[in-house]
Write a protein that binds this ligand. Structure first.
Ligand code: NAP
Length: 287
């Protein structure tokens, strides 16, 4: 029987620690960190994510502001807003909730965010810095995954890891972080052949696809550590992970549940990234 990695519990602990840090800033009459989230359109899932992010910031005492634009907003309007937030010294983190409507060039928007405020870690310069092992803001979900693995004192060095998914948001940064911890990493994607055989080699299996039931008992090695990142809405209207939890859990040593696994960790890491951006900016400004 596997140990379940409850991300919600670890996320709560992390947020409690961050709250103490913010309280210290308040006591010292310091400026309070601030996150601005931009939401374009009315996608129901995005609205839930944005609300959860704001609630998490508020729960630790970080200031958070939601800027909303209608779905037919022009690209230049969004670019102008980001530029004004870049120049606003009271703002530490800027996050544009994805996806954004098709008339807006996503890359252009990401590239406009000041890399020091890029709490999603999606700016090409932050991606490059991560690859070259330089200090930078790192995407929240990969950070959350690494915290979960660290929480069980799991020895990554020398282990075989398989990451399914190669996005800039999840798959590729996870690969970088695992490599930095000396894992031997294989990346799988939609063109991968023999997914089952490759996954079966993994001591650490990370599924970040968004395909319900992709990972079955036939994909896992006994005693593996399985992290389920994917979320997709099933025919039952509920959210599901990529991993068939009930049949995989008895075979492995560690597994994340879905929900209450990686999701809450992602949000806790957003709060942490906002605080990190704050400290870095304060240090740069000599405060
Ligand atoms: P994405 O950009 O759509 O990437 C999905 C990846 O899965 C792609 O690399 C794709 O390959 C690969 N893929 C698709 N079908 C596959 C298959 N049959 N076999 C193997 N690989 C396949 O999504 P993302 O932003 O990385 O997110 C991945 C999943 O994690 C989504 O379900 C998302 O909702 C979820 N997510 C959860 C959290 C959280 O906090 N819980 C946070 C972020 C994302 P190609 O590159 O070849 O297209």
């Amino acid at each position: 029987m596997a140990q379940i990695l409850w991300g919600n519990e670890l996320a709560n602990q992390i947020k409690e620690d961050l709250k103490l840090e913010i309280n210290t800033l308040v006591s010292a009459n310091k400026r309070i960190p601030k996150l601005v989230v931009i939401l374009v359109g009315e996608d129901p899932a995005s609205m839930v994510y944005v609300t959860n992010k704001q609630k998490a910031c508020q729960s630790v005492g970080i200031l958070s502001e939601l800027v909303r634009f209608s779905k037919d907003t022009k690209e230049e309007v969004l670019l102008e807003k980001i530029q004004s937030l870049n120049l606003d010294d009271t703002v530490d983190g800027i996050l544009v909730q994805m996806p954004i409507p098709k008339q807006i060039d996503t890359d252009l928007i990401i590239n406009m965010i000041n890399i020091e405020k890029d709490v999603d870690g999606l700016h090409p310069l932050n991606i490059g810095k991560l690859q070259s092992k330089k200090p930078c803001l790192i995407p929240c979900t990969p950070l959350g995954i690494m915290e979960l693995i660290r929480s069980i004192n799991y020895q990554i060095t020398g282990k075989t890891a398989v990451v399914i998914g190669r996005s800039n948001l999840v798959g590729l940064p996870v690969v970088q972080l695992l490599l930095q911890e000396n894992a031997t990493v294989t990346i799988c994607h939609s063109h991968t052949r023999n997914l089952e055989d490759i996954c079966k080699q993994a001591d650490i299996l990370i599924a970040a696809v968004g395909k319900q039931g992709l990972i079955t008992k036939n994909h896992v090695k006994e005693h593996a550590l399985v992290i389920d990142v994917g979320t997709s809405r099933g025919e039952d209207g509920k959210l599901h992970g990529d991993v068939l939890f009930d049949e995989v859990e008895p075979l492995v040593d560690y597994i994340t549940p879905m929900p209450k696994g990686v999701g809450p960790m992602t949000i806790a890491m957003l709060v942490k990234n906002t605080l990190k951006a704050y400290y870095q900016r304060e240090a740069k400004n000599g405060v």
